[in-house]
Design a protein around this ligand. Structure first.
Ligand code: ADP
Ligand code: MG
Length: 695
């Protein structure tokens, strides 16, 4: 019998969360842990031992046999090194052991993870250290302990360390501002993040017949299907039983792991879906998004499906993004991006809004680099994704407020007075009015910003580290100025007015997909970094390095190391795609179309002997044979260009973009025409209509 699911019991059942700690730890140890989390104090070894013992007992009761430090190296995915709890106890017996030392610190071999040169310059080894602000959990019989990952010289080798640093820094600067508004209570301001995750589901059997999907995560070939997303019946449409079963399983799997998976609906493209969690602190949200991506793939496997997280698995069909919803909230329960109802709350809101607008304008190039990957290049700037130009959408009402502050004019026709920051209340800003524009890369959606540029496979750490740090910088500048002011109210009004005036160019409420906007953006002097190869150099622009060094998020060496990893990754991805393409053309496509043409010729021959018309066979064979020869040549050029890849990483990146991608595009065009000309039974792999409509 199928037991009825008790959601409250299921939720978090695989997580060593605060409740479980309260239940299983002495009150002294629980108190020490809590203090460590809220005040950033460290754990003494006896507390660590007690927590480790309780964690182990809990995990063993749940059937766990191993433990692992679970961390996020700069590859952007997670890494684990499993050790079993067992320890020999004499007489051929074992006991289950796990100490505070093993909980708090681990030593994976750092040399197998990318370090972007930090390894060469510094120590080869690295260590992992427990992040007590993120709960341990059980996954596949292993107790997973979220950790940071550093080199022995203290350089961050992961994505969690700088995220935690940036969260501390934005909190510190935000509190300075809050104090100016007379808030004496807030102890911590926390970046809140809700990452919406898009993905495709396709049939596993079909996936197995596509080398490109297996090797690169996307289709390197494929003519447009006769039916794409034109019918628009997929979006929010009825969910098919197989997908529904998958989503149910996914939700339950994620709930057990404490992930607040909430919505499920179909996306615009056929076979495309979305999972949105309820938002949480940025650290947990990033961990949970990693868990979610991993589970989406594993659960799919159980259902005979494959989950594709690539940004653009299918050309000509909508790509997948990861909308990063971001806001700041106080430990006293206030969202600092929520327009308030009193003049003071409004003034505070306008200050945080102005800081955000200035930050996005000042660091638009850096924000662009945080989403710059080879995969996302197929999506940004395409019809359904935000353009590569950063801008902020505020919505009509909030925009009217901004205009009114800038120009000292009335903000509605009905109101006679001007808007004075800190004195007046804002007109009500209706929530439903704010999110209609889906074309903006950074949209204000009532009480948060939605950064829509990140690609679906990206770790959300990068964008959130940037948002937190940029915000910290602007808030610091504001606090420096306002703390010195003699008249706070008028200094505040001047500051907000000046900031909005100077940075209004980044606000754009129109259609971001429109070509006219790109011209307008250029006039405004906004940067338009079209590809990752164009964008990545901004990662190490002096002003950007300075930002992160100043706030203690990265050392200069760490920034450069990360840059190098992104650059190398770009070239690596494109080389793999090029090699896969060559392989498929040579071994699958050319032989198939050659056979088809030969069979057509043979049939034409036999028809001719009987004096039967054979124009179809002859013409088709001619067409196929002509493009077959073109393709052979294009493939030769691609292979030879691939051999000439420059050795330097930056040169290689440029070369991939300027030489290999155009080669690949030409070859693809030929293959796609051949696919259309060739009889189905000859075509060596499943085509788009099969891949997209099979589930
Ligand atoms: P959509 O963007 O599809 O309209 P929603 O508005 O419901 O969806 O929210 C999208 C995501 O934003 C969800 O993950 C939600 O939890 C998250 N979110 C909502 N409020 C906030 C907030 N204040 N800070 C950060 N994320 C938030
Ligand atoms: Mg959204």
């Amino acid at each position: 019998m199928e037991a009825k699911l008790h959601l409250p019991e299921l939720f978090g059942s695989q997580v060593f969360n605060e409740w479980t700690m309260k239940e299983r730890l002495s009150s002294a140890s629980y108190g020490t842990w809590k203090k460590c989390v809220t005040e950033g104090t460290s754990l003494d070894i006896s507390t660590a031992n007690e927590i480790a013992e309780a964690m182990k007992q809990w995990a063993v009761e749940k059937g766990a046999t191993h433990y692992t430090h679970w961390f996020q190296p700069m590859t952007g995915v997670t890494a684990e090194k499993h050790d079993s709890f067992i320890s020999p106890a004499g007489g051929g017996k074992i006991i289950m052991e796990f100490s505070g030392k093993e909980l708090v610190r681990g030593e994976p071999d750092a040399s197998s993870f990318p370090s972007g040169g930090l390894r060469a310059t510094f120590e080869a080894r690295g260590y992992t250290a427990w992040d007590p602000t993120s709960f341990a959990f059980i996954k596949e019989d292993s107790l997973c302990i979220p950790t940071i990952f550093c080199s022995y010289s203290g350089h961050a080798l992961d994505k969690k360390t700088p995220l935690l640093r940036s969260m501390d820094e934005v909190s510190r600067q935000a509190i300075r501002i809050l104090r100016l508004f007379g808030d004496t209570e807030t102890r911590r301001v926390t970046a809140q993040v809700g990452p919406e995750q898009e993905y495709f589901l396709i049939d596993k059997e079909l996936f197995r017949q596509r080398k490109d999907l297996q090797m690169t995560g996307r289709t390197l070939f494929g003519a447009k299907p006769p039916r794409g997303q034109e019918l628009e019946d997929h979006y929010f449409g009825a969910i098919k039983p197989r997908v529904a079963a998958y989503m149910k399983d996914l939700d339950e799997t994620l709930w057990a792991l404490g992930v607040l998976s909430k919505t499920k609906h179909n996306e615009v493209a056929p076979s495309q879906h979305e999972m949105a969690p309820i938002y949480s602190d940025a650290n947990t949200a990033c961990d949970h998004n990693q868990i979610a991506m991993e589970m989406m793939k594993k659960v799919a496997d159980r259902h005979g499906l494959v989950c594709l997280l690539h940004e653009k698995p299918f050309a000509g069909v909508n790509g997948s993004g990861k909308h990063d919803n971001w806001s700041l909230s106080t430990d006293t329960g206030h969202n600092l991006f929520k327009p308030g109802s009193t003049p003071s709350q409004n003034a505070r809101f306008l200050l945080f809004l102005a800081a955000f607008i200035k930050g996005v304008d000042d660091y638009q190039d850096f924000l662009r680099t945080t989403v710059a990957t080879a995969g996302n290049d197929h999506r940004l700037g395409a019809q359904e994704a935000p353009p590569a130009v950063l801008s902020i959408f505020l919505g009509d009402e909030l925009n009217a407020v901004v205009e009114s502050i800038i120009h000292d004019t009335r903000y509605t026709d009905a109101e006679k007075k001007m808007l004075k920051v800190g004195v007046d209340v804002l007109p009500a800003i209706r929530q439903d009015n704010t999110d209609r524009n889906r074309t903006s890369p950074m949209a204000f959606t009532g009480n948060k910003f939605e950064f829509r540029m990140p690609g679906s496979s990206l770790s959300v750490s990068g964008p959130n580290i940037a948002l937190n740090t940029i915000m910290a910088e602007e808030l610091e500048q504001f606090a420096d100025e306002l703390e010195k002011a003699e008249d706070f109210q008028s200094a505040l009004h001047q500051l907000v007015k000046r900031t909005l005036t100077e940075h209004q160019r980044i606000i754009f409420n129109g259609n971001g997909y429109d070509d006219a906007w790109l011209q307008e953006a250029e006039k405004r002097g906004l940067s338009n970094l079209k590809s990752a190869a164009d964008a990545l150099p901004a990662y190490i622009a002096p002003k950007n390095i300075q930002l992160f060094v100043k706030h203690g998020i990265y050392t200069e060496a760490e920034v450069r190391a990360r840059y190098e990893i992104h650059v190398e990754n770009y070239a690596a991805v494109i080389s793999i795609e090029a090699k896969t393409m060559i392989d498929m053309i040579r071994h699958d496509i050319l032989p198939a179309v050659s056979k088809y043409a030969a069979d057509l010729c043979a049939r034409a021959d036999s028809k001719k002997q009987l004096d039967v018309p054979c124009a179809y066979e002859v013409n088709t064979a001619r067409g196929v044979a002509k493009i077959t020869d073109d393709l052979m040549e294009q493939c030769r050029v691609l292979a030879s260009d691939l051999e000439d890849m420059p050795a330097g990483p930056e040169e290689a990146m440029r070369y991939c973009h300027d030489t290999l991608l155009p080669d690949m595009a030409e070859a693809r065009d030929s293959v796609d025409v051949l696919e259309i000309l060739t009889a189905s039974e000859y075509w060596p792999m499943p085509v788009y209509s099969q891949l997209l409509f099979s589930v």
